[in-house]
Ligand binder design. Structure first.
Ligand code: ZN
Length: 413
């Protein structure tokens, strides 16, 4: 350590997360991990360290609103992934944290792990034992008997048990509360049906808010979406408009309720679209076997249904400003390190690359309650920064070309 804790970062382009074009030839002065000044030809304290990034575009560090660190995202069914020990899940999580950070993600939400795996990972990063993005953890997701992710061991039925679960999680260190409002990919659960009543969800919201914790609800079923809005859930995950038969079916009434309520929404587009597989098949499109070509066409048709649903929702007033990108990494075949895929999918629903950047930075920071400290490059904010090759405001593919990552002003990649 030198006597002067200041670092100056020079970049050929800067996109601050507030919207608008990237600005050329900018400097960011960092003092004690926070941004002290942004501009050109800044006055520097003596002995300031200078990092010249050359031809890159510097942006706020990206935020992933939805991950499962303890799961490997290698395509195995949940039953097999959850056969791992807690200790192994912590090690898998440590690897996943690194993959995400190297992909420019400096903050993430750990959205449900078993027992104390999520808490252990957060503490490991905090103590500097393992490298990784800043973590917000829910600990374990609250779910009904036999419900989605029941194997994480936070089962609660009825308002009283739900209140008890919230209290237990808060006292164990949960930063926010996650509740499974419908079934999901867990065998035996019913994704098209709501799993909690409105009063049960209200109990979770009231208790969480009493402890100044935000809430997020897993909602695949249309009915669960309605109940989540009515109960005052802060952030809705998935929002698939799934009917009891398991079909996607847009509901204008519920879309209107969502728009009016001010709820944040994280559509986790990779989960439904199996986008990683699509990218892999597209990359060798000319060489596909007939079976693979058919698989790709099936995947593309299925993805189009999902994207169209989101397009319709985004037509409602204010919804574009409350969109939180989330990968659902760890689940299914969703590998860590690919928030860029989520941004590509959002681009396909009609967001400009610049809007996708704002969604993954400023909007996400506000949605998870960290808007004061994160999400934009402005004086006073924490100096969590990512640099890309190219201009992500004009070219969505730039998000796949990470050149540098900073956490609290320290270059970690
Ligand atoms: Zn999830």
């Amino acid at each position: 350590m030198t006597g002067n804790p200041c670092t100056l970062i020079r970049t050929s382009l800067l996109a601050d997360g507030l919207g608008g074009e990237a600005r050329p030839d900018q400097e960011v002065l960092v003092r004690d991990g926070r941004i002290a000044a942004v501009g050109t030809r800044l006055t520097l304290p003596p002995e300031t360290r200078i990092i010249d990034l050359g031809k890159t575009c510097l942006t706020p560090g990206l935020i992933d609103g939805h991950t499962h660190l303890g799961l490997s995202g290698d395509g195995r069914p949940y039953a097999e992934m959850f056969a791992e020990s807690d200790e192994m899940m912590v090690l898998i999580g440590a690897r996943n944290l690194q993959l995400h950070r190297d992909a420019g993600i400096t903050t993430l939400r750990e959205h449900g792990a078993r027992n104390r795996v999520g808490f252990a990972l957060k503490e490991g990063v905090r103590r500097g034992l393992i490298p990784g993005p800043r973590l917000q953890v829910c600990g374990r997701p609250i779910t009904c008997t036999g419900g989605h992710f029941h194997m994480c061991n936070e089962v609660a039925d009825g308002e009283e048990e739900i209140r008890r679960s919230v209290r237990r999680l808060v006292h164990e260190g949960a930063d926010y509360i996650k509740i499974m409002a419908s079934g999901g990919g867990t065998a035996g659960t019913l994704p098209g049906l709501a799993s909690y009543t409105r009063p049960e969800l209200e109990a979770a919201v009231h208790e969480a808010h009493y402890f100044h914790r935000l809430t997020a609800a897993h909602c695949r079923a249309t009915d669960s979406m309605r109940r989540a809005v009515e109960a005052g859930i802060d952030l809705m995950e998935h929002a698939e408009f799934l009917n009891p038969d398991g079909e996607l079916c847009f509901d204008p009434e519920i879309a209107g309720m969502m728009a009016e309520s001010g709820i944040w929404i994280s559509p986790t587009l990779q989960a439904w679209t199996r986008y990683g597989r699509m990218v892999e098949l597209r990359e060798r499109r000319a060489l596909l076997t007939e079976a693979e070509e058919q698989e790709l066409q099936r995947l593309e048709a299925r993805a189009e249904l999902r994207l169209d649903l989101l397009r319709r929702l985004l037509d409602y007033k204010g919804m574009r400003d409350r969109l939180v990108p989330g990968t659902d990494s760890g689940a299914g075949a969703i590998a860590f390190g690919h928030l860029d895929y989520d941004l590509q999918l959002l681009h396909q629903t009609g967001l400009t690359p610049g809007e996708a950047l704002v969604a993954a930075t400023r909007i996400s920071a506000e949605a998870i309650g960290l808007g004061k400290d994160l999400g934009t490059i402005e004086p006073g904010k924490v100096a969590d920064l990512t640099a890309f090759e190219g201009d992500p405001i004009r070219d969505i593919s730039a998000f796949s070309r990470v050149k540098a990552v900073f956490q609290e002003g320290v270059q970690v990649r």
